[in-house]
Design a protein around this ligand. Structure first.
Ligand SMILES: Nc1ncnc2c1ncn2[C@@H]1O[C@H](COP(=O)(O)OP(=O)(O)O)[C@@H](O)[C@H]1O
Ligand SMILES: [Mg+2]
Length: 351
């Protein structure tokens, strides 16, 4: 009876739920082998990593791979029988390192009937390491620049007697540098609190329409001065539960970036839509764009594109903060971009 039921349940499993179809959707490489190490299931990612072009189902997984290093690691992995084993294969293939995990598949009586092998592919990005190693250098540099300006201006101001107007203009310029430093320190403190999860999030009903209109009003002068069209399309009139100040900061960062990284004469367009319980806000520009290789770094702390570093002021913290804000609101922020064509930042927030 039970067997019959089980069979009918299995027969009625819709195609997308069948194991091979589920495995196909997983980015990690997954292989299931029986106790004689023959492959029962292998997904595309795994065939690619192990370079298995035509599978011989009667042979073991080890016999199916050709590279000696892979053979050795699989042999080790399959030897273990009692616990989850993890082996780090430091194999550098085209900028990737492979991490192998083996999970013994056991019957209730502990008899081992097979193994689940998962292989994670991690990019060994010299750029990522460089970012981390440069963290202190970056902070110091970002604070040092405004400090040097402050020091220079103040020394020059004190060199001789000046009239009030001169002092006023020097103080005004000094205040700008002080504000810049304060902003960087604020951002750093916010990120460090975010890391230790010390932040209390207020939850109010925030009108998306009002918030975005407000943010755009704040940066309009910046866009006008640069000759950039700031276009607000019809905005959804919905309420978002969240921390208004933080949400404002996120939108401000992204819209400001759009203006900063777009040439005069360009445009930044903001639109919104509602899909599946989420408000999606698109901020699209036709500016300098981001190189394909750099896209994965834009949300990293202190990451700044080479050109931005030279031309625009900034600390490279804006997008990492924005990402954190989106995530604490159970939302996401994503980017699509093409160099010299423009960028699209899409923020999704639950409504
Ligand atoms: N709209 C955009 N167009 C092109 N590049 C962008 C855009 N937004 C962000 N970037 C790139 O991502 C980097 C990180 O952005 P962000 O964290 O806001 O730092 P910052 O603006 O201080 O440099 C920028 O330096 C820039 O290279
Ligand atoms: Mg920025």
């Amino acid at each position: 009876m039970l067997v019959g039921q089980e069979r009918s349940v299995r027969a009625s499993v819709p195609l997308p739920l069948r194991l091979e179809n589920v495995l196909r959707r997983i980015d990690d490489a997954v292989i299931i082998v029986d106790k004689r190490h023959r492959i029962l299931n292998i997904n595309k990612a795994a065939s690619k990593i192990l370079k298995i072009q035509s599978l011989s189902p009667r042979k073991s997984v080890i016999e199916n791979v050709h590279e000696d290093e892979l053979k050795t690691i699989l042999t080790k992995l399959l030897q273990y029988s009692d616990k989850k084993t993890c082996i780090n294969l430091k194999l550098k293939i085209e900028g990737y390192s492979l991490q192998f995990f083996g999970y013994p598949l056991l019957l209730e009586n502990e008899e081992r009937v097979g193994t689940l092998i998962v292989i994670k592919k991690k990019p060994i990005d010299s750029k990522f390491r460089e970012l981390r190693e440069n963290f202190v250098a970056n902070v110091s540099h970002e604070l040092k620049t405004p400090l040097t300006i402050l020091k220079g201006q103040t020394e020059v101001a004190l060199r001789k007697e000046r009239d009030n107007e001169d002092y006023k203009s020097i103080l005004k310029s000094n205040l700008e540098e002080i504000n810049r430093m304060a902003e960087i320190i604020d951002d750093l403190m916010l990120l460090s609190k975010a890391d230790t999860k010390e932040i209390k999030l207020s939850t109010e009903d925030v009108s998306l329409k009002n918030l975005i209109s407000d943010v755009c009003m704040n940066v309009k002068i910046f866009a006008d001065n640069k000759g950039i069209g700031l276009i607000i399309k019809e905005l959804e009139d919905v309420k978002i539960k969240g921390d208004e100040l933080k949400l404002r900061r996120m939108f401000l960062n992204v819209v400001e970036n759009g203006i900063k990284y777009t040439q005069p004469g360009g445009k930044v367009e903001i639109s919104s839509s509602i899909n599946n319980g989420y408000a999606q806000i698109d901020i699209r520009d036709n500016g300098v764009g981001i190189a394909e290789d750099d896209i994965k770094f834009v949300f990293d702390r202190f990451y700044r594109g080479d050109k931005s570093r030279k031309r625009e002021s900034g600390s490279g913290l804006g997008l990492s903060i924005s990402k954190w804000i989106a995530e604490i609101h159970k939302g996401t922020i994503e980017v699509q971009s093409r160099l010299s064509e423009g960028s699209l930042f899409s923020i999704k927030l639950p409504v």
